[in-house]
Write a protein that binds this ligand. Structure first.
Ligand code: SAM
Length: 214
């Protein structure tokens, strides 16, 4: 068995800090959360490598750097109510839950959502709520949110999500074509999203009413 704590520190020191991740709380939590427990057993030793990995059902856990930059762009201070769209492995949700007050995370594939709900409960996370549904519609019954993160590629930021975001809130999402996107950070100012463009990226598609058709 590998020394996973050592690998986590190596990941932060060689993949995150050199690429400009600065938020101390984000770096700290990336050193802490056991990413290898969120990947299938056969990939555990690869969990801290600089890449996305398959998690079953044709889906992926995002590359560590992508998780870190998206989290940093959310500017979490510990008091926020966060919506994540695209639970996947549950790793990003765990990272968010360490840095915010509570996290609602939506997954459209039931097997993934159920598995993550069980895993997070076993790991002792009691501020993460996993919902199986079409997250492209958001979660109006729990709105408004202070932060929204979409961890699947979306052709645009659905209007309903802007409506479910508090004034001054932030949405982070990979926006663009089905096979290539740009990471966008958008802040809601006087009801309108002010967008900033960050790194190019490639995510699996958001499938649903306000995403792509299957
Ligand atoms: N955040 C995840 C993690 O930490 O492992 C990685 C997410 S993976 C790149 C994208 C996920 O979005 C997949 O699990 C996929 O099933 C899910 N997804 C795609 N369309 C969705 C939708 N409309 N609603 C909810 N989840 C969706």
């Amino acid at each position: 068995m590998r020394n996973y704590e050592l690998l986590r520190n190596w990941m932060v020191d060689t993949q995150l800090i050199p690429r400009g991740i600065k938020d101390k709380r984000v770096l700290e939590v990336m050193r802490k959360v056991p990413r290898h427990l969120f990947v299938p057993e056969k990939y555990r030793d690869d969990a801290y490598d600089d890449m996305a990995l398959p998690i079953g059902e044709g889906q992926t856990i995002s590359q560590p750097y992508m998780v870190a930059i998206m989290t940093e762009l959310l500017e979490l201070t510990g008091v926020e109510k966060v919506l994540e769209i695209g639970t996947g492995s549950g790793y990003q949700a765990a990272i968010l839950a360490e840095l915010a007050k509570e996290v609602y995370t939506i997954e459209r594939i039931e097997a993934l959502g159920e598995n993550v709900r069980e895993k997070l409960r076993e790991m002792g996370y009691n501020n993460i709520y996993v919902v199986v549904a079409d997250g492209s519609k958001g979660l109006p019954e729990k709105a408004p949110f202070d932060r929204i993160i979409i961890t699947a590629a979306t052709p645009k930021i659905p209007l309903c999500l802007t409506e479910q975001l508090n004034e001054g809130g932030i949405i982070v999402a990979p926006v663009g074509q089905r096979f290539s996107q740009v990471l966008i950070k958008a802040k809601k100012v006087k009801g309108i999203l002010k967008e900033e463009y960050h790194t190019p990226c490639v995510f699996v598609p958001l499938i649903g009413e306000h995403g792509w058709k299957e």
